[in-house]
Design a protein around this ligand. Structure first.
Ligand code: HEM
Length: 199
């Protein structure tokens, strides 16, 4: 899908205009090994897709509620001049965030996915933050919070995984796979924050 044809502005997964990721599918396979991320996790993520598909709005209410009630985080959605949260920015990102939930659950790890991960990392970093939505906000999301958010995002997801009658064992499997996948993505998004040659 490209930004030109996507009904969600700025969503560019699969766009040929994206830069090629500086990490390869071989790098990803090695990272997955280090994360104990296996085919079982791929299957668990895919199982979660139909469970989460009609719950993305409710999930985002919880995630956005967490960010909104955490001043140290909401500042990254703030207007550069007034400091007030920029509602249009929050809403534009929210639409792409909903698609990200489904993309994470789809667990298709090809070059297009790697390139999109690289782009999402750039969008958190000063290299590209604010550009997609044309906003005047804080210049970057500080690195330390990127990895930290893995925990609230996956902890608050768990009840949604349990809401459609999956067995307790399957809920645990899906949750574990989500923790690994979100951490894996946050690590890939870290690339622009890491000194050249040290990623
Ligand atoms: C595991 C951690 C995180 C995940 C999974 C996550 C997820 C996402 C996703 C899916 C997008 C939309 C990307 C796009 O399609 O353009 C996004 C953008 C954004 N996120 Fe995060 N995020 C994380 C950490 C953080 C943190 C800690 C903050 C700080 C509040 C933050 C603030 C933002 C902002 C401001 C944008 C918009 C960036 C832009 O201007 O394009 N994110 N995030």
């Amino acid at each position: 899908m490209s930004t030109a044809t996507s009904p969600v502005p700025g969503y560019a997964y699969g766009s040929p205009r994206l830069a090629r990721a500086p990490f390869t599918t071989t790098d990803l396979a090695a990272l997955q090994k280090a994360l104990l991320f296996t085919q079982e996790d791929v299957e668990a993520l895919r199982q979660s897709k139909s469970i989460l598909a009609d719950q993305t709005d409710a999930i985002l209410d919880v995630w956005y509620g967490f960010v909104a009630s955490t001043p140290e985080l909401v500042v990254y959605f703030g207007d550069a001049k007034t400091g007030q949260p920029n509602a249009a920015y929050l809403e534009a990102v929210r639409k792409r965030f909903a698609l990200w939930i489904l993309d994470t659950a789809a667990a298709n790890y090809d070059q297009a996915w790697l390139d999109w991960q690289y782009e999402i990392g750039l969008r958190h970093n000063r290299i590209k933050k604010n550009r997609t939505d044309g906003v005047d906000s804080t210049p970057q999301v500080n690195f330390r919070y990127l990895l930290a958010l893995t925990i609230p995002i996956t902890t608050t997801l768990k009840p949604f995984l349990a809401r459609k009658g999956a067995s307790a064992e399957d809920v645990e499997r899906m949750h574990a796979a989500w923790v690994k996948s979100v951490l894996m993505q946050a690590i890939l998004w870290s690339h622009p924050y890491v000194k050249e040659g040290e990623f």
